[in-house]
Design a protein around this ligand. Structure first.
Ligand code: ZN
Length: 635
């Protein structure tokens, strides 16, 4: 997934507050992910694993439900087992049948009381270790992993539905073993309105006839969080023989143009890390309410339209989602505590693709921006959550692990290794990791062992095990880290200082040649507040208020709020009511919530915007706009 949590959200996360001594030391000879239990799933993969899934579902756009059946093909480790435990959340179970090799027979089952984070375990009684079990069920309109958009919320004024299964939302639309430690293949038949197209994280056919009845096959094994579905009025535009975009008709052309470099990106990544192993690589451009930047659903990345800005300056998001085809989709974390193995690796690979395609200067600028974001996030992150190899997320929502620590500190660790061992050696090592662990799930202890044997011991004297352990198991940024620097930002900082001192007018800034990253730097490094005359001058020269570039809006609007510059309010309202991507809108809500007047304005805007937001976004905004409790007295 693209980076989504910001400092303010981190502050809201429940702190685990485990003392450092409790951080598990890496176990020796750990090679099998199945011996690390996943506390965020009720499944028992040590006894049985789903090998294959067959979905047969009707997507009812009016009722906002998926209804039908999920057939699970099982591989038993424990032949004496008489119970199958599946993860579910808010599913309406209609019946369960088992296949004994000859006939389907009804089975008795029990749905446990729901846990707030985990949902309900579905416990199915078995006469023997049956090879197949089929669950008939339907979803509820509020399913946490699905968003149903009304026609008004889309460009083509047609209903739209899409899934977001990561981290543990697949269980809200399919009963299964919802843990990244289990991989399976799947087939699906999806029926819906004949006027709409259905797509999945599978073999989508660019020439498919739109008739409301669609069949899919996913021959590569994937974990449940990569199970994905979308239904809407989308059309296909090719980019290359194996790549293209699906989008609403009015967006398709602009999307194909913006992401024209996708084939080049695939080739760059293949050269670095080996062949692309998933067949086609297509992108589905979602309506602007999509709460994230992108989601790496295999063969079909889900992408926010907010990166279509006309100059390809935000296409590192595509590099990120594509990079997941190696880091994550090919080798993922076996439970969410080790998400850095997925997102940290992906941020590193993303940056290598950006460097290769667009040059070192852009790659450097992006690293400076993300490292500044990490520094900000760490201020409000409990030390126990600042380590890469987190302790088990027992009792916690795994979405909390999707932090800047996993993405940026993880990436920084790999950059450190690249610097110490040299690019050639490190590239070969990483390729070796992907090849030897392809289509499996892994964890930090296994990586530490692999790193020790394959990199440290084969290249003695380059880095010590102490340095490696500091990166993995200690909070903060190790002293062995080299901060990114950008010569272009040095020039931006100089120009900004001259403008702030009144030595040059806004029109004298070299801003006309700046790209998105330079503008982000310029705005992020501003004093907390500016005078109205300064804001007027910037707006008159660069038209920040009402900008079509959401990365600029994300920085400009909070600055106007802090500075009491109410001239921007109508455009803030328009921004917040058209875009639902959390990363972009949360900084504005957080800033508004700091004063009574700002909160009142934000509440009124949220009221209008809410029907268009994803439940994940609405939850974040509700949390940010809460009146803070008076601080509890320390005993
Ligand atoms: Zn990602």
């Amino acid at each position: 997934m693209s980076r989504l949590l910001i400092a303010a959200l981190m502050a809201l996360a429940l702190a685990a507050c485990k003392p450092a001594a409790e951080i598990a030391a890496p176990a020796a000879n750990v090679v099998d992910s199945s011996d690390v239990p996943d506390p965020n799933s009720y499944a028992q993969p040590n006894r049985v694993r789903i090998e294959h899934l067959v979905l047969n579902l009707q997507a009812d756009m009016a009722a906002r439900t998926l209804a039908g059946s999920a057939e699970l093909h099982l591989k038993w480790q424990d032949d004496k087992a008489r119970e199958l435990v599946l993860d579910t959340r808010d599913l309406q179970i209609r019946g369960v049948q088992g296949f004994d090799g000859k006939a389907w027979k009804n089975l008795s089952y029990r749905l446990d009381t729901a846990d707030l984070i985990l949902g309900s375990a579905l416990r199915i009684k078995l006469p023997s270790a049956l090879p197949r079990v089929r669950v008939a069920y339907s979803t509820v309109p509020e399913a946490s992993g699905l968003q149903w958009l009304t026609p008004e919320m889309t460009a083509s004024k047609q209903p739209f539905m899409f899934s977001q299964s990561q981290a543990i939302h697949a269980r809200s639309w399919v009963p299964l073993q919802d843990t990244p430690g289990v991989r399976f293949t799947y087939d699906a038949r999806i029926r819906t309105d004949a006027s709409l197209m259905a797509l999945m994280s599978a073999d989508n056919d660019p020439r498919a006839v739109r008739d409301g009845d669609y069949r899919f096959s996913m021959p590569q094994k994937i974990p449940s969080y990569l199970l994905a579905i979308a239904v809407g009025d989308v059309v296909f535009k090719p980019i290359s023989a194996r790549s293209g975009v699906w989008a609403e008709p009015s967006v398709a052309e602009a999307a194909a143009t913006e992401f024209a470099d996708t084939e080049k990106m695939i080739q760059v990544a293949e050269k670095l890390y080996g062949p692309y192993q998933w067949g086609r690589y297509d992108m589905l451009i979602l309506p602007a309410s999509f709460p994230f930047g992108g989601m790496e659903n295999p063969r079909l990345s889900f992408i926010t339209p907010t990166v279509i800005v006309g100059d390809k300056s935000l296409t590192s998001l595509i590099a990120h989602e594509l990079a997941h085809s190696w880091s994550g989709n090919l080798v993922t974390n076996s439970s969410w505590k080790d998400i850095w193995l997925n997102e940290g690796f992906t941020s590193y690979v993303e940056n290598r693709i950006v460097e290769q395609l667009y040059g070192r200067e852009l790659a450097d600028m992006e690293n400076v921006i993300s490292q500044a974001s990490l520094a900000e996030a760490l201020k409000s992150t409990p030390p126990a959550d600042q380590v890469l190899a987190l302790p088990p997320l027992t009792g916690r929502d795994p979405d909390e692990a999707l932090s800047d620590v996993a993405y940026i500190k993880g990436q920084w660790f790999l950059m450190f290794l690249e610097q110490r061992f040299g690019r050639e050696t490190f590239d070969a090592f990483l390729r070796h990791w992907f090849t030897t662990h392809a289509f499996t799930s892994s964890h930090s202890a296994e990586f530490e062992r692999f790193l020790t044997v394959e990199l440290l011991e084969k290249n003695p004297g380059k880095a010590s095990i102490g340095e490696i352990r500091e990166w993995l198991h200690r909070p903060g940024i190790p002293s062995s880290a080299t901060p990114a620097i950008s010569s272009r930002f040095v020039a931006v900082d100089k120009a900004q200082a001259q403008w702030l001192a009144g030595d040059v007018p806004a029109s004298g800034l070299t801003g006309t040649t700046w790209g998105t990253q330079e503008w982000v730097r310029f705005l992020e490094r501003m004093p907390a507040t500016l005078a109205k005359t300064q804001l007027d001058q910037l707006d008159a020269t660069f038209r920040f208020t009402g900008t079509a570039n959401p990365e600029i809006a994300q920085r400009w609007y909070p600055l106007t709020v802090r500075s009491g510059y109410t001239d921007a309010r109508p455009e803030i309202e328009s921004f917040l009511t058209t875009i639902g991507r959390r990363k972009l809108i949360m900084p504005i809500y957080v800033e508004l919530a700091k004063t009574d007047e700002g909160r009142a304005f934000a509440m009124a805007v949220f009221e209008k915007a809410r029907p268009g937001y994803h439940p994940i976004t609405s939850g974040s905004v509700t949390e940010a706009l809460k009146v803070p409790e008076p601080e509890a007295k320390q005993p």
